[in-house]
Structures are given as structure tokens and as C-alpha cells.
Design a protein around this ligand. Structure first.
Ligand SMILES: NC(=O)c1ccc[n+]([C@@H]2O[C@H](COP(=O)([O-])OP(=O)(O)OC[C@H]3O[C@@H](n4cnc5c(N)ncnc54)[C@H](OP(=O)(O)O)[C@@H]3O)[C@@H](O)[C@H]2O)c1
Length: 346
């Protein structure tokens, strides 16, 4: 693609993993990039400015700030975060005061943020490109499992807005939307070190999830690849749904590749939901996470939806480079990572 100098992309979450990757890729493509952040003076925001982006103050809880931030947008990239309201002590206090679980509280917060993004995007629908509303989302666990998973909140809080709310309230915006589901992040071992790389007494490493060992799982390098994938999606016709993934393989294959790279003997063990919940350290985190790993067995992380992947985009003649788990894992300093995760030197 040539320079897109006149086009403006507004990037939600521009200081984060996904949005940061998108901002850098669209800058490289010659777009004007406007990154949204609550704190424009933060080091991450300033880093974006040094790369040539404009950074504006906006809060997903403040609709007027989104109206200002999206003014003149040709493309909007949307991402919402379930985990900050889940973990934040102030949010936990508010959840308690409302008499709801903090799993539920984080659902309500993420849903509201998504809805505010959609409401503001709908106001600038005329200036958006034909495929100008690119949204990061996940499958609807409640609907895709036929009601079996009623509390996989960090999936449903995304899917209830992208696409459900947008399609119901803003058909014109929905017609310009692409839904980008994201695979398990390669970096998620940081959140679940015991389950990803549990250290056994004999020095071996064990990956221990509640997922069926034969189930193929989509996985993604969010910082490296979300930008490339989103840029490729922008070049496709609108109205389609995707899975951003650099690797599709089972968990036993994932740990086998890791073992080959590190030289550390390692294996996969499917554990009971109870064991996985306990390994997460706190019941609500354990419940949310374990539901995800069970849902990943059936109907599948993608909910059994037919989602386009990088190879489908390439078939359409559009460049869509992605990083495999093996390529990504080879670049990491596993000695340092394991020392950090296991709390000692290896
Ligand atoms: N870990 C996984 O394996 C995985 C897999 C698939 C999907 N996901 C999903 O990925 C999402 C998180 O994405 P990420 O990793 O890119 O996020 P991240 O790196 O944690 O960054 C969050 C971004 O959201 C912005 N933000 C948060 N609250 C905001 C608010 N009230 N107003 C304005 N901006 C706000 C932050 O900006 P400022 O702080 O600068 O304001 C930051 O840029 C989660 O919802 C998670 O469910 C994770």
C-alpha cells in the first residue's frame, strides 16, 4: 500500500498491547494516528508521540471525550479491557457495595465501555471508510454454548456489544464493521504462571489446563501481530469476522514446542476444573479462567463460529504476516522468564 497520509485512524487502547500494535502498524502505513489514553503524559503515550502519533485524553466512561477523540475519523480501532476493572481494588469495593461479584462488575464496566465506543463511533459513521470500524472482540460464550457457560463474562462483555449492540442499534455502523477475535495471547503465562509452566519437584515443567488435549487452540502474539492483522483486515470488504492467530495447535503441541526450544523436559496434563480453579489462587479469577479453558474444549474458543484467519486474507491477495508460537518463543529469554515466574534462578 502507498502512503495513507490523509487518512485518520483513532486507536482506542493505544498505550496497550493490541492498540499499541495497531497504532505502530498504521503509522508505518502512512496514516495519521490519534491514540486515546486516560493519561497523555504517561511514558507509553509519550513514546507514541515520539513515533509521530497524536495522543488525546479520553476516558471510555466519558462519552463526550470519545466524541472529541473520534472527530474526523476514517478508521476507528476499538478494544476494551475486562481485567483492569476485575483486579482494581476500588472496583472490588464498588462490586461489594452493589452486592455483585467482581466478575460481574467487570462485565458491566467492559460492556459500558464498549457501548460508549459504539455510540460515539455511530456519530461519525459518515466519515468512516467502507471498512472503517475495526473492533477487537471474542465469541459469545453464553449463546455459542447453548447456555452452558453463563458466566464467561470477559467473552460476553465483548460480544454483547461487538457485534450484538452495534447490529441492533446502528445498522449503518455495523455495515462498516469488522469483528476481530483474538487468540490466546502467547504472553498469558504471566497471568497464570502455575498453570502454564508449573515447576515439578524433579525439575520438569508441566502445563496444566482444563482443556481437552486434542482440541486445536488459536494463539496470538498481540504486540507483534495485532497491528499487521488489523491492517490486513482494513483492506478486506467489511462485515466479516476474523480470528487473529499466529498458531493453531493443541496445548500438548504448544508445550512440546517450548520444550524443544528450551531443552527443559515438559508435558501437558488435562486437569479437573477444581484443580485449575485452585491453581489460579483466588476463586473468582479461577472461575473466570477455568470457564474459558473448558469453553475452549467445547464448543471451542471461537464458539464454533466460522472465522477468517490470516491464510484466508492472504488468499484474497493481501499481505498478512503473523508470528508463530515457535518463532515468538525462540526470541524470549526463558531463563530470565522462568526465574521470574518461579521466584528463583534456574
Ligand atoms: N490475555 C489473553 O490471552 C487475551 C486473549 C484474548 C483477548 N484478551 C483481551 O484483551 C483485552 C485487553 O487488551 P490489551 O491486552 O491490548 O490491553 P492492555 O495492554 O491491558 O491495555 C489496556 C488499554 O486500554 C486503555 N483503557 C483502559 N481503560 C480505559 C478507560 N477507562 N478509558 C480509556 N482507555 C482505557 C488503556 O489506556 P490508558 O491506561 O493509557 O488510559 C490501555 O491502552 C482484555 O479485555 C482481554 O479480555 C486477552
Amino acid at each position: 500500500m502507498g502512503s495513507q497520509g490523509e487518512k485518520l485512524i483513532c486507536v482506542v487502547g493505544a498505550t496497550g498491547n493490541q492498540g499499541g500494535s495497531v497504532a505502530r502498524r498504521f503509522l508505518a502505513a502512512g496514516f495519521r494516528v490519534r491514540g486515546l489514553t486516560r493519561n497523555p503524559t504517561s511514558p507509553r503515550a509519550q513514546e507514541l508521540v515520539s513515533r509521530g502519533a497524536e495522543v488525546v485524553q479520553a476516558n471510555l466512561d466519558d462519552p463526550a471525550s470519545l466524541d472529541r477523540a473520534f472527530a474526523g475519523a476514517n478508521v476507528i480501532f476499538s478494544v476494551t479491557d475486562y481485567w483492569e476493572p476485575f483486579f482494581h481494588p476500588e472496583c472490588r469495593k464498588q462490586a461489594e457495595a452493589k452486592g455483585i461479584s467482581y466478575r460481574r462488575f467487570a462485565y458491566e464496566t467492559e460492556y459500558r465501555h464498549g457501548k460508549n465506543i459504539a455510540d460515539a463511533a455511530a456519530k461519525v459513521v459518515d466519515s468512516l471508510d467502507v471498512n472503517g470500524f475495526l473492533v477487537s472482540t471474542l465469541s459469545h460464550a453464553g449463546k455459542c454454548s447453548g447456555g452452558k457457560f453463563k458466566e464467561l463474562y470477559h467473552f460476553d462483555s465483548k460480544a454483547d456489544v461487538f457485534p450484538a449492540y452495534v447490529e441492533e442499534h446502528y445498522p449503518e455502523l455495523a455495515a462498516k464493521m469488522s469483528c476481530i477475535h483474538t487468540g490466546f495471547f502467547y504472553t498469558s503465562f504471566n497471568i497464570l504462571p502455575n498453570s502454564y509452566f508449573g515447576k515439578l519437584p524433579d525439575g520438569r515443567v508441566e502445563m496444566a489446563f482444563a482443556t481437552d488435549p486434542t482440541k486445536v487452540v488459536p494463539q496470538l502474539a498481540p504486540v507483534d501481530d495485532m497491528g499487521s492483522f488489523t491492517y490486513a483486515v482494513w483492506q478486506m470488504p467489511p462485515g466479516k469476522s476474523y480470528m487473529a492467530a499466529g498458531t493453531n495447535c493443541t496445548w500438548p503441541e504448544t508445550i512440546e514446542t517450548w520444550s524443544k526450544i528450551t531443552g527443559i523436559p515438559a508435558s501437558y496434563r488435562q486437569v479437573s476444573p477444581e484443580e485449575m480453579i485452585a491453581a489460579c489462587g483466588e476463586p473468582q479469577l479461577g472461575g473466570e479462567i477455568t470457564d474459558m479453558f473448558l469453553y475452549t474444549s467445547h464448543p471451542g474458543y471461537d464458539g464454533g463460529m466460522k472465522l477468517l484467519q490470516a491464510e484466508d486474507i492472504r488468499k484474497a491477495g493481501i499481505d498478512c504476516p503473523m508470528t508463530t508460537w515457535e518463532e515468538w518463543a525462540r526470541k524470549q529469554d526463558w531463563v530470565a522468564i522462568l526465574a521470574r515466574l518461579h521466584g528463583n534462578s534456574q
